[in-house]
Design a protein around this ligand. Structure first.
Ligand code: NDP
Length: 401
């Protein structure tokens, strides 16, 4: 029988919710490319409930315990004496969400002799040292597409918020002001602006589709080009390099995975190639941007605004400079963990576990690493290597709490 360790974010400060603002979730039949939603044999939760926090347990306890397995759920994941570290020696499966990642470094993998599988309840497995997982022949799986549309909605919200200067204007109202001039000296329309996405995968393409009705000029960079029919339909301009694209864009949205090729892609050099006063929205991974280069660019005016929900490490220490830099619209990592998204990825994790325990193959579209190599979606979108270095800094959040 297996020990499953599930690392989840803390419950709300006022306790686990007893009720919710809405009674149900809209029914979605398929993802936009035709992929089916998760198909577990059963679920033990009500869609719309908070599943991603410790008491929500991703709705897994009944299923696992009734099959004789042990489930340990904790939010204590960083530092040498964390619950996660203490559970590693006999854990067979580790589950965590990118919002509150269990950083599965090579050291942690080495401390886990029984480990067979690492599951991302969400999308993006960069918190696992993929090279170490490949070397140990572990399975790494994630719930592809579960929250891609959720994130694309957040990106559109953040682009509009930054360009139209929404957050400072809202703050004037809360402060009791009516300071129209203060609000509008940084406020523009997106109409006619050039917006470019770094990567046009599930999220990037969904962002482009959602921005089309705003009459923006749409650009993209990706290693693989989209079908000609899609380029024509959306009137897209493809660029052979990121540098080539950022030169012409007023807004850049980052939607590629974090892997060694994309780590610190947006450094001083790349940002210096952008138009003065451009905006960046990054909901992909914090480490794709050089932390201090972003701060410098906002302070100098090279960037007019930066928003996103991804940081490095997570949780971000209280003194992380992105909390206090000018003209930012940061949130904690929430875009992919709306209640709507949670219902999908909790069902997806259940499907992955059912496959694992019943000896059935896990869908190719969920696989990142299997049998000692990148596999499935991982073989298409990731490169081998390690992007977890520096993650030990996440322990600083606990110390400063
Ligand atoms: P997809 O796999 O559909 O898309 C990723 C795209 O990135 C692919 O088109 C891939 O290109 C492209 N890509 C890979 N490497 C590079 C590179 N070096 N330069 C440019 N493009 C590259 O994933 P999603 O769109 O669903 O998600 C993208 C990322 O967003 C995730 O990896 C994750 O990091 C992040 N994410 C964030 C969430 C949040 O809550 N904030 C939630 C979900 C995801 P190709 O395959 O053509 O080579």
């Amino acid at each position: 029988m297996a020990k499953v360790v599930c690392v989840l974010y803390d419950d709300p400060v006022d306790g686990y919710p007893k009720s919710y603002p809405r009674d149900d979730l809209p029914k979605i039949d398929r993802y936009p490319d035709g992929q089916t939603l998760p198909t577990p044999k059963a679920i033990d939760f009500k869609p719309g409930a908070l599943l991603g926090s410790v008491s929500g347990e991703l709705g897994l306890r009944k299923y696992l315990e009734s099959n004789g397995h042990t489930l340990v759920v904790t939010s204590d994941k960083d530092g040498a004496n964390s619950v996660l570290d203490r559970e590693l020696p006999d854990a067979e499966i580790i589950i965590s969400q990118p919002f509150w990642p269990a950083y599965m470094t090579a050291e942690r993998i080495a401390k886990s002799p029984k480990l067979k599988m690492i599951v991302t309840a969400g999308i993006g497995s960069d918190h696992t040292d993929l090279q170490a997982a490949i070397d140990r022949k572990l399975t790494v799986a994630e719930v592809t597409f579960c929250n891609s549309i959720s994130v694309s909605e957040h990106v559109v919200m953040m682009i509009l918020s930054l360009v139209r200067n929404y957050i400072p204007s809202y703050q004037w109202v809360v402060k009791g002001g009516w300071n129209i001039a203060d609000c509008v000296t940084r406020s523009y329309d997106v109409e006619g602006m050039h917006v470019g996405t770094v990567a046009a995968g599930r999220i990037g393409l969904a962002v482009l589709r959602r921005l089309k009705p705003f009459d923006m000029h749409l650009h993209y960079f990706d290693r693989h080009r989209l079908p000609e029919a899609v380029e024509k339909e959306l009137n897209l301009t493809w660029h052979p390099t990121v540098e080539d694209m950022v030169k012409v864009c007023d807004v850049v949205t980052i939607n590629c995975p974090l892997h060694p090729e994309t780590e610190h892609l947006f450094d001083d050099k790349m940002i210096s190639k952008m138009k003065r006063g451009a905006f960046i929205v990054n909901t992909a991974r914090g480490k794709i941007c050089d932390r201090d280069a972003i701060v410098r660019a906002l302070e100098s005016g090279q960037l007019a605004g930066y928003a996103g929900d991804v940081w490095f490490p997570q949780p971000a220490p209280k003194d992380h400079p992105w909390r206090s830099m000018p003209h930012h619209g940061m949130t904690p990592h929430i875009s992919g963990t709306s209640l709507s998204a949670q219902a999908r990825y909790a069902a997806g994790v259940r499907e992955i576990l059912e496959c694992y325990f019943e000896g059935r193959p896990i869908r190719d579209e969920y696989l990142i690493v299997e049998g000692g190599k990148l596999a499935g979606v991982g073989a298409h979108s990731y490169s081998a290597g390690n992007a977890t270095s520096g993650s030990e800094e996440a322990a600083k959040f606990k110390k400063s709490a």
